[in-house]
Design a protein around this ligand. Structure first.
Ligand code: TXA
Ligand code: MG
Length: 352
């Protein structure tokens, strides 16, 4: 299949620019588009055949449900069988924005996009292209992250092209996304609302609006699951975000971390292996080895979030076999950063 690639800047979006893309969705095709978090791979959410194409293009297991994207808060009442006050309060507080809520599904939502579950994930993205595309399609748009299943999510159109060119109908290039990590997912159907995936919107920010919130055990275990913990978000059980290289996170006092990483780098080099280091602006110049890259500023956590997936993809491009990464703060969005990094590392962390 030939994939049509068009460019639409978020600041110059008009509804007529999205007419063709909207028609593709309406006709059951696939369109990749930017959101504020990561790029999404969209299809008509209520069309079973269309959503099947998403799973095929991504190579995604069919028990892993999709998020339904809406352009108007009122759509919630059509897609959910019932909505409680807390759900409405969170929609008011954070939509459009990087928060996905799990609610009981109404009968119009097909099981093909919920992985057979009675619940559905819903989000109103905060990106003009995404919102205009949903409106132009006159549909709700089911969209997972627009990457090949298992690879890091896509934060630039180039990444989407790398993974999905020739497999989908259209890619809308709107440049780099703002946040860089996927939305926070909260299950509103459990007695106490429970965060299933950490993201830009933190537990504290949600608690300010609705009071007590829990964090799924699968997350608090540090990103990797012990055998007896089954994550409530099916997607969280799969190996994810993984670069081709073996990634090791090194945590501890800065001096010890630097020394450990440099020793490892030297060992790999002696063995003739490709090795790189993921550092930060603050630590970059302290290494005496080469192939050291900064993923962002420790002082500015959002810069790390924005560049994390892109940096992991760059290491693939460079054919790295081993990557050593510094560890990051788990405060605020740091929880989401460390959750993705731990998954990318398959739980491989050295604590000094
Ligand atoms: O920021 C985002 O959320 C991006 C953009 C494109 O909106 N989308 C995204 O979708 O990250 P995806 O498919 O890569 O991740 C969706 C996650 C998966 O872990 C899935 O298992 C979980 O949401 N999920 C979806 N529906 C669910 C449900 N009914 N119950 C529990 N988890 C659900
Ligand atoms: Mg994903």
């Amino acid at each position: 299949m030939e994939t049509k690639i068009i460019k639409i800047d978020e600041n110059e979006v008009t509804s007529d620019k999205l007419e063709e893309a909207g028609k593709i969705i309406r006709d059951g095709g696939l369109v990749a588009f930017a959101t504020e978090t990561v790029y999404g791979l969209g299809a008509d959410a209520l069309n079973k055949e269309a959503s099947k194409k998403i799973y095929k293009a991504k190579g995604r297991p069919s028990d892993n449900p999709l998020i339904v994207h809406i352009a108007d808060k009122s759509a919630l009442s059509e897609l959910a069988s019932s909505i409680d006050d807390k759900t409405n309060m969170l929609a008011e507080a954070f939509w459009p924005g990087p928060l996905t809520m799990i609610v009981n599904k109404s009968s119009i939502v097909p099981y093909s996009i919920t992985g057979g579950l009675e619940t559905v994930a819903i989000r109103m993205p905060n990106h003009k292209v995404a919102l205009e595309l949903i409106k132009a399609s006159k549909r709700y748009i089911a969209a997972p992250s627009a990457n090949t299943s298992g690879r890091p999510s896509t934060t630039k159109a180039e990444h989407v092209i790398e993974d999905l060119n020739g497999k989908i109908d259209m890619i809308i290039d709107s440049g780099a996304v703002k946040i860089g990590l996927e939305s926070t997912i909260i299950d509103m159907t459990s007695k106490i609302p429970t965060i299933l995936r950490p993201g830009y919107i933190t537990k504290e920010a949600i608690e300010d609006v609705i009071g007590e919130v829990l964090i799924d055990k699968a997350i608090t275990e540090g990103g990797m699951l012990s055998k007896d913990v089954v994550p409530k978000a099916p997607g969280m059980k799969y190996r994810h975000y993984a670069p081709k290289a073996m990634l090791t996170i090194v945590e501890g006092d800065e001096d010890k971390v630097l020394k450990y990483i440099e020793e490892k780098v030297n060992e790999h080099k002696k063995a003739g292996e490709n090795v790189a280091v993921m550092a930060t602006d603050e630590t970059l110049c302290k290494y005496s080895c080469d192939n050291v890259f900064s993923v962002g500023k420790r002082k500015e956590q959002t810069s790390i979030a924005t560049h994390l997936f892109a940096q992991l993809r760059d290491f693939d491009e460079m054919n790295m076999e081993y990557i050593y990464s510094e560890s990051f703060s788990r405060e605020n969005i740091g929880q989401a950063i460390m959750n993705r990094l731990m998954k990318a590392a398959g739980g491989n962390i050295v604590k000094l």
